[in-house]
Ligand binder design. Sequence first.
Ligand code: TMP
Length: 207
Amino acid sequence: MAGYFITLEGGEGAGKSTALGTIREWLQAQGKDFVLTREPGGTPPAERIRELLLDPDTGELAPLTELLLMFAARNENLERVIRPALAAGKIVISDRFTDASMAYQGAGRGLGRDPVERLTDLVHSDLLPDLTLLLDVPVEIGLKRISTRSEGPDRFEQTRPEFLERVRQGYLEQARRDPQRFAIIDAKAGLESVGEAIRTVLEERLK
Ligand code: TMP
């Protein structure tokens, strides 16, 4: 039996952690067998690539270097976690995936679609998410949310509002290109209604 691949996306401060909790509780309540992973990361070597990418001490990277590192980590996650779990018939939830590369490196860093599409072809031409939940929130609201966190900002959270606006538009463009796969969740709403919207989508797609 083929599994089911869900990805969760959104800009900074969109509320992904809360949304992940909602998804996890819903799947547990349904008795579904699932695997949770994240990008960049998901395996020990990929988590080391994540540290390099998120650490402010890394400083600036050429945008293509950043993209290649994202895909290097992704290939590990795919080979070791995502593909085996899907082959075993499980549901896989990835906290970010290739749409994040299109939004952050393609749109945000200005690389455009072409290098992201070429790497997508190389690394996972055969595999796309079945469902992508996009938590959409205006940049100023997201920035306000992350400003209240206790830990300091990572390399991406340090970026300017103009960058984050390009990221947001990059995600929305991805959703326009693939409306069947995407469910856009209005994440500026309160926690309760965001949770409700996520549960509704899961019920429609997975029951
Ligand atoms: P997060 O755990 O808060 O989602 O942090 C991961 C960061 O990495 C986030 O700022 C988005 C960024 N990112 C990219 O720029 N490109 C990618 O392909 C992925 C997966 C993440």
